[in-house]
Design a protein around this ligand. Structure first.
Ligand SMILES: NC(=O)c1ccc[n+]([C@@H]2O[C@H](COP(=O)([O-])OP(=O)(O)OC[C@H]3O[C@@H](n4cnc5c(N)ncnc54)[C@H](OP(=O)(O)O)[C@@H]3O)[C@@H](O)[C@H]2O)c1
Length: 275
């Protein structure tokens, strides 16, 4: 592949936000993409459909050797260069703590936090050597505000946000910009938001993967530190800090049940019990 290109690696590129991000970034001149997820067929089809050079790697990011496999792929296929890492792969399995316990917390942390940290650790030397470069971590509004039955997911995203803020401060001097995107409800394979899309009252709160892809562009090459998608979701984070009693009342009252959604988890399986 051409050495003057800017190499962009996207995890979770087989569907949803990651796929939309690949399509969006492929429009930027001089981009070379690396698509990562588990389903090889989907990655291959996407790579072949893009208007820019693209390779793919099918890997489960929670496995022990995943970070080294991704790094070896970059070294073998892209000259060890990396200008943008989009840590997007993630999933949610709904369930109260009493029902789903530590096992559910652990599987969320493994994918939504540990896998991101481990991959970033393996690729940071390449990002520093390719600077100016960037990392974009896809967190969630659920990493600012937690609701019933989403505690394990929220915990993993709260952790990701805390770690990302620190990395931003540490890597600034190295020329590695660290941005963060916090989506609200976005209709995708893993997060269908069917309950919200069914009702006229709530349909408007559901956004599209393409909007998040644009925000990822802004927080990576665009140099922004963070973006909520859609922007008004930032009010939830503000309310949690400035109006905690009111926020708790809203999130545990009847209004919250209108915002309850099921997810399909990362294996295509259903929630333990749909909300
Ligand atoms: N949609 C929303 O409402 C919403 C809101 C806030 C935040 N987010 C965040 O946005 C990110 C993308 O989610 P999405 O909405 O686009 O959902 P999605 O369509 O289900 O996409 C999830 C992606 O992650 C990949 N993935 C899952 N487990 C993996 C593993 N073990 N190893 C490697 N790849 C794995 C999946 O591909 P394979 O199955 O092929 O591996 C898929 O490409 C997630 O981090 C999610 O938490 C989403």
């Amino acid at each position: 592949m051409a050495s003057g290109n800017r190499v962009v690696l996207i995890t979770g590129a087989s569907t949803g936000i990651g796929k939309a991000t690949a399509i969006r970034l492929a429009r930027e001149p001089g981009t070379e993409l690396v698509l990562v997820a588990r389903r090889e067929q989907l990655l291959r089809e996407l790579a072949e459909s893009l208007p820019c050079p693209a390779t793919h790697l099918a890997v489960d990011l929670t496995t022990e050797d995943a970070p080294q496999r991704v790094r070896a792929h970059l070294e073998a296929e892209h000259g060890g260069r990396l200008h943008l890492l989009v840590n997007n792969a993630g999933a949610a399995w709904r369930g109260s703590f009493a029902e789903s316990g530590y096992a559910n917390v652990h599987r969320h942390m493994q994918l939504n936090f540990d896998a991101v940290v481990r991959l970033t650790e393996a690729l940071l030397p390449l990002l520093r050597a390719s600077a100016p470069s960037a990392i974009v971590n896809v967190a969630s509004t659920a990493g600012r505000v937690s609701r019933a039955r989403t505690g394990a997911y929220s915990a993993s995203k709260f952790a990701l946000i805390g770690w990302t803020d620190s990395l931003y401060a540490e890597e600034k001097a190295e020329g590695v910009h660290v941005g963060m995107v916090l989506p609200g409800f976005v209709a995708t394979e893993g997060f269908p938001a069917a309950e919200l899309r069914e009702k006229a009252l709530t349909r408007w709160v559901v956004s599209k993967p393409e909007k998040v892809a644009e925000a990822i562009f802004e927080c990576g090459p665009g140099g922004k530190a963070e973006r909520y998608v859609p922007r008004p979701y930032a009010l939830a984070a503000v309310a949690r800090i400035l109006l905690p009693r009111l926020t708790r009342r809203v999130l545990t009252g009847g209004a919250a049940s209108n915002l309850t959604t099921s997810t399909t988890g990362s294996n295509g399986g259903s929630d333990p019990a749909p909300d």
